[in-house]
Design a protein around this ligand. Structure first.
Ligand code: NAD
Length: 283
């Protein structure tokens, strides 16, 4: 089967690649390198954030790759201390060196997040964001947003992997056509998830790695997925998932791993800390 990039049709009609590269915890040098190499490999989506303090580096990686901007899907996130900054979107775009983002999120339901969401809606109306989303808006926050949004978001970015498949959230957002973008898709590199015997067995069957089986599972769940890595071999490996398909029975076997177990447990106290911390951007 020929390897081909797949696209997801969003609830506003635009298309998003199923897989992108995540840049959390990548210092500027690594982010620049990973973004450039990912784009050369064939990735078309990049996920960054104000808080990763590598937006300028991602912009450099994009330009160095020589990729056609029109084919790219660039996603970034406003940090809570930016929600009250009317210039936050323009400043974010300036750091990236872009005149629009394909996807703009608010990163956390912290501080005055409704003001942050209004910035996204404004950017969407002005064409500075082709789609918008919320990140980490689980539980009561997504319910509150639903009562207040003027524009329905295209994405919610949350922790999702075979141990934690976001069942509740999926049933809540399904009718709006809001898509999930999975963070920690490989369990943040945790050996326990990657070493589950079912992945080794399927990896042997399809001549793939366990990581590739897990990423393929995300895509077949309908999630957009953004594995992170600074390792070029892993970056290439993670993109090579379009020449096989898990059967329904295999998807059901993987579904049995779901134990509602998150890696990251955020508290209200942390949200308050997020609202007080401001990124020191690269110059
Ligand atoms: P991940 O689950 O993608 O795991 C990344 C780690 O897995 C790497 O550091 C590496 O150690 C390992 N890895 C990657 N490819 C591998 C392979 N082929 N074989 C073996 N090991 C491999 O976790 P992540 O990078 O933290 O998350 C992915 C992305 O999600 C981030 O880069 C970021 O863009 C996004 N994210 C968003 C939030 C949020 O609050 N919105 C939070 C965390 C992450």
């Amino acid at each position: 089967m020929k390897k081909a990039m797949q696209m997801i049709k969003l609830n506003n009609g635009i298309e998003c690649p199923e897989i992108g590269i995540g840049t959390y915890m990548l210092n500027p040098g690594d982010a620049e390198n990973s973004v450039r190499e990912a784009l050369k490999t064939g990735y078309r989506m990049i996920d960054t954030a104000n808080a990763y303090v590598n937006e300028r580096a991602c912009g450099r990686g994009i330009r160095e790759s020589g990729a056609d901007r029109k084919e790219l899907f660039i996603s970034t996130k406003l940090w809570p201390t930016e929600y009250s900054n009317p210039d936050a979107v323009d400043e974010t775009l300036a750091r990236l060196g872009l005149d629009y983002a394909d996807l703009l999120y608010i990163h956390q339901p912290a501080g005055n997040w409704l003001a942050g969401y209004r910035l996204l809606e404004k950017a969407y109306r002005e064409g500075k964001a082709k789609s918008i989303g919320v990140s980490n808006f689980e539980g009561r926050y997504i319910g509150e947003l639903m009562r207040k949004w003027e524009i329905v978001p295209q994405f919610i970015q949350v922790e999702a992997h075979p141990y934690f498949t976001q069942k509740e959230l999926r049933s809540l957002i399904g009718k709006y056509g809001i898509r999930i973008m999975s963070w920690y898709p490989l369990g943040h590199g945790d050996g326990k998830l990657m070493d589950e015997p079912v992945f080794a067995e399927l990896a042997a069957k399809y001549s793939k790695s366990s990581a590739q089986i897990i990423l393929r599972w995300h895509i077949q769940m309908g999630f957009a997925v953004i594995p992170g890595s600074r390792n070029v071999d892993h970056i290439r490996e993670n993109f090579n998932i379009f020449d096989f398909q898990l059967t329904e029975d295999e998807m059901s076997r993987i579904a049995r791993l779901d134990r509602g177990e998150r890696y990251y447990h955020r508290t209200e106290e942390q949200l308050a800390q997020f609202a007080a911390w401001h990124p020191v951007y690269e110059t």
